[in-house]
Design a protein around this ligand. Structure first.
Ligand SMILES: NC(=O)c1ccc[n+]([C@@H]2O[C@H](COP(=O)([O-])OP(=O)(O)OC[C@H]3O[C@@H](n4cnc5c(N)ncnc54)[C@H](O)[C@@H]3O)[C@@H](O)[C@H]2O)c1
Length: 342
């Protein structure tokens, strides 16, 4: 590919951003990672240059866009813990909304017109029947979801006024790890079901809980749409191609159209680890609906997106291989630290 292949990946050192950088490089793009490493990992940046910086630093962003001559921006940087967004909404409106506004200003300053934004199924909130399509009225039920919706609306206004074309990708439950095992999910604190179930099965956490087993679902636990992170990454490559070839932009669900219950996922964890994950049953969390499953038709029709890896076995199997690798490395590091002290 020519020089016209550079993209700025803001938040590229995180879980989903790093998988996207790998997929972008495989598709012939040169990902330039821009990250403040607040939750990202330096050793997840392997597929292009890295710029250490914060999205609130508009001139640093604009200079980075100009210096690397990027054709588009992929924006993953955000704070994304739902519970924390309730206890500390200021952090979320600042990092997510104000941070994105700073990025948009920098893009205008540097005359970069294409943006792929990490939105979330959290924009839909509760009270849905059947598959959720993009025409559904978004009604987020927590500050995190509201920040994503506000950003989507901001992007629509920027599109109309300044011809800055955005694609908003509404991820459902991002999960799994790169099949090679070189990158994966490593959040701290970890709040997602699959990594927590794996940690519990290994006896590494004692406070693993599931929330609600009295839902009106076949086994009483909540049903969610799990999408493999490698599929998410591929969707970003497709969204980028769509935008740079003149696509009009818009919002797209990234899910599979199939839902799995918490108990079904725990059974897969048991298949791989050979152990049951001990858990406590806690009451349903406010705003947690019984079923959240995407209608994936729009992403398929317009972007040509068809998930390849998003069956529960591939998702849990890849997450398990990654966990084993990370925990072996952490154990080695701890042993070396102890040895250096004696
Ligand atoms: N993980 C999920 O299940 C999920 C689901 C839906 C949407 N999302 C969204 O996808 C995106 C990526 O999620 P993730 O799970 O990879 O999160 P992550 O925390 O692993 O990655 C976020 C990255 O952004 C960086 N970052 C955060 N604030 C920054 C700032 N002010 N300046 C520069 N860099 C900054 C972090 O250091 C990190 O590398 C987020 O926008 C998140 O809201 C995630």
């Amino acid at each position: 590919m020519s020089d016209n292949n550079r993209v700025l990946v803001v938040g590229g050192a995180g879980y989903i951003g790093s998988h996207c950088c790998k997929a972008l490089a495989a598709a012939g793009y040169r990902p330039v990672c821009f990250d403040n490493f607040s939750t990202g990992h330096r050793d997840f940046v392997k597929w292009g240059p890295v710029i250490e910086g914060d999205i609130h630093d508009q001139s640093h962003l604009a200079d980075s866009i100009k210096q690397h001559g990027v054709i588009a921006v992929l924006h993953f940087a955000a704070s994304s813990l739902v519970g924390e967004s309730v206890s500390d909404p200021q952090k979320y409106y600042h990092n997510n909304v104000a941070g994105t506004l700073s990025l948009l200003r920098a893009m205008r300053q540097a005359q970069c017109k294409s943006l792929v934004f990490s939105s979330s199924g959290a924009v839909y909130g509760e009270s849905h029947q059947g598959l959720i399509s993009e025409t559904e009225m978004p009604r987020p039920v927590n500050p995190y979801g509201r920040t994503k919706l506000i950003i989507e609306e901001m992007l629509t206004d920027f599109h109309k006024a300044y011809a800055l074309a955005p694609v908003c990708l509404r991820y459902f439950n991002a999960s799994g790890a790169d099949l090679s095992g070189e990158i994966g999910e490593d959040h701290d604190p970890e709040t997602h079901l699959i990594p927590r179930a794996l940690l519990a099965a290994q006896g590494k956490i004692e406070d693993f809980a599931i929330y609600g087993e009295d839902y009106d679902t076949p086994d009483g636990t909540a049903i969610r749409d799990y999408i493999h992170v490698m599929d998410l990454a591929q969707a970003h490559v497709l969204a980028l191609k769509y935008l740079v070839s003149g696509g009009a932009g818009g919002c797209f669900n990234l899910g599979t159209g199939r839902g799995y219950s918490v108990r079904q996922i725990l059974r897969q964890v048991c298949v791989y680890t050979g152990k049951k994950s001990p858990f406590a049953v806690k009451p349903r969390r406010q705003g947690d609906p019984p079923v959240l499953v995407a209608d994936p038709a729009r992403a398929k029709a317009i972007l040509g997106f068809v998930p390849q890896y998003s069956d529960p076995s591939t998702i849990v199997g890849s997450a398990w291989r990654w966990h084993q690798r990370v925990h072996r490395a952490k154990a080695r590091e701890a042993r070396q630290t102890v040895l250096s002290l004696v």
